[in-house]
Design a protein around this ligand. Sequence first.
Ligand code: DX5
Ligand code: ZN
Length: 216
Amino acid sequence: MRLAPSILSADFSKLASEIQEIESYGADWFHVDVMDGHFVPNMTIGPVVVRALRARTRSVLDCHLMVRDPVKMIPWFIDAGADVITLHLEALDDPLPALSSIRSAGKKAGLSIKPGTPVEKLEPFLGAVDLILVMSVEPGFGGQGFMPESLAKVKWLAARKRATGAAWVLQIDGGINPTTAMAARAAGVENFVAGSAVFSSPDRRKSWNDLMEAIR
Ligand code: DX5
Ligand code: ZN
């Protein structure tokens, strides 16, 4: 079980120290939300910021690409020092070559679906990924409410994982707090992205510990 704080809710004017603070609580995996203003109605972080963070942390940098043209950008994030690169199924005509270009660079390849995309659409790619990300909010913004419908997708994926003995990690993203994390854990999630529940808390250490307790 792993907690992956999303820096989308951090103070962007001091990202390195924000990351270091959460690392002092035990974090070793950071979720980086990349938005291009086209795939989602928001713009955030690009490869220059990932490169700058890479120089300041040894933690896993897990880049969630919410962009219209991920194929063009994969090499940018590989060069910038990302460890995990997650693509949206909805943005790809042919996921397999895109996923394999990430893996052949020695990085972990993830595939994600938005709330409106049926989970069965992932089936053809389950042998070609290191991570599957189920979105439990509409991508674009932090601080939204958890969509409980996403748990059925998690259960379906967890069953596929058990049946096939697959090694990919099952991640969830959006509206995660101790209560929703517990429900997601029961459904089979292994990696929990949490943005506002960590960074917007008045007591971050306590929030970190409460979340860790929920997923343990
Ligand atoms: C939303 C992003 C999430 C976001 C989650 O599009 O993909 O990673 O940071 O934020 P919370 O945990 O606040 O829902
Ligand atoms: Zn995300």
